[in-house]
Design a protein around this ligand. Structure first.
Ligand code: NAD
Length: 359
């Protein structure tokens, strides 16, 4: 029996979560759901977007399927997702990007995996606000020890990158390659400019790669990587990189496979993992039974795989892929603009369930 923390989240989250849960419930696995609030609902109920009850539930159940959560802007809240990843030490962000025939995209046959370091880099939250006393002190300190004048009207974000965290993420990337019979790891960096932060990452990647002689290893500078992915994505397999580049390259790869509606990801630690769609809470579509549930369903596919339920996960992925390929019961984003035959989130979910019941 699996007990899984389920977070419907904000905006379109509850709709895509309900459909995904229904799909999983029809797969015949012994799963019970531990429903938890986060985001706007949690702020109303508990005065915080991530209540302790959510952390307790995830720590106890170890596996969480999570809908998108709205980050309140300018109200002093840090991103809930960043906080969850950091507090639970979910150091890996793993995002596969695959083309599904039937999805409108300029590219076909994409099959890439992005492994993003999740705990440090510019996401460490070490921020110095313009004009504050500590910021001015830091500016003076830098002038004193480095002789560099930072304009006093600057804000500053600190980018720490450690050897331990870099080696850990690169090792994960190679192990994932080995387990999933992938052939090549590309380390992405900007060590030519940031010698003492990205340089550490690159050094770690080179060192760890030597323990995996059977897997090809290469390096790309991040700006070149962006161009290469647009020009010849078929040349790449698994890409591993620090946090910020991972964020940007992931969206680029989502673009290659037809947008954020088709991309899911997992945040993985030593013994805890959270699975989620890559897109946000799309508040304008909330309650409209309109959006594509695929990314949330693909998050469930990743979760089932992580749980070792590989056959069931393939079954769910195949049913989703067939519904998309047939193009009959799909949401607005998977049809030509203005096509009157689009269906809603729920109807697409029903078609997926029907598909794996009949095949
Ligand atoms: P978004 O991804 O929510 O929406 C952008 C646009 O993408 C939508 O207006 C819609 O046109 C389209 N879209 C998104 N998901 C779709 C789906 N499933 N089917 C069809 N179309 C879809 O991005 P945003 O508007 O920048 O962010 C809204 C909120 O979500 C913000 O508060 C942001 O912080 C939050 N967010 C949360 C997460 C997360 O919880 N993991 C991730 C990204 C953004």
């Amino acid at each position: 029996m699996y007990k899984i923390t389920l977070v419907p989240g904000d905006g379109i989250g509850p709709e895509i979560t309900a459909v995904t849960r229904e799909c999983i419930n029809n797969l015949g696995l012994p799963i019970t759901w531990d429903l938890q609030d986060a985001g706007e609902l949690a702020i109303k109920k508990y005065g915080t977007p991530i209540p302790e009850a959510l952390f307790d539930s995830i720590r106890k159940n170890k596996v969480c399927l999570k809908g998108p959560i709205t980050t309140p802007i300018g109200k002093g809240y840090r991103s809930i997702n960043v906080s969850l990843r950091k507090s639970l030490n979910l150091y890996v962000c793993l995002r596969p990007f695959k083309s599904y025939p039937g999805v409108r995209s300029k590219y076909q046959n994409i099959d890439l995996v992005v492994v993003r370091e999740n705990t440090e880099d510019l996401y460490s939250g070490i921020e110095f606000e313009k004009g504050r006393k500590d910021t001015l002190e830091l500016i003076n300190f830098v002038k004193k020890i480095k002789g560099v004048k930072i304009p006093v009207d600057s804000g500053i974000s600190i980018k720490p990158i450690s050897t331990a965290a870099s080696e850990r993420i690169v090792r994960f990337a190679f192990e994932y390659c080995k387990k999933n019979r992938r052939k090549k790891v590309t380390a992405v960096h900007k060590a030519n400019i940031m010698k003492f932060s990205d340089g550490i990452f690159l050094e770690a990647a080179r060192k760890i790669s030597q323990s995996y002689p059977e897997i090809e290893y290469e390096e790309r500078i991040v700006d070149n990587m962006c161009m290469q992915l647009i020009q010849k994505p078929e040349k790449y397999d698994l890409l591993v990189m620090p946090n910020l580049y991972g964020d940007i390259i992931s969206d680029l790869c989502a673009g290659l496979v037809g947008g954020l509606g088709m991309a899911a990801g997992s945040n993985i630690g030593e013994d805890i993992a959270i699975f989620e769609p890559t897109h946000g809470s799309a508040p304008k579509y909330r309650g409209k039974n309109k959006v594509n549930p695929s990314a949330m369903i693909l998050a469930a596919v990743l979760m089932l795989e992580y749980l070792g339920e590989v056959e069931v996960s393939r079954k769910l992925e195949k049913a989703l892929a067939e519904v998309i390929k047939e193009g009959k019961f799909v949401t607005y984003d998977l049809k030509e603009e203005g096509d009157p035959s689009v269906v809603g989130t729920e109807e697409m979910g029903e078609a997926i369930i029907e598909k794996f019941k009949t095949t």
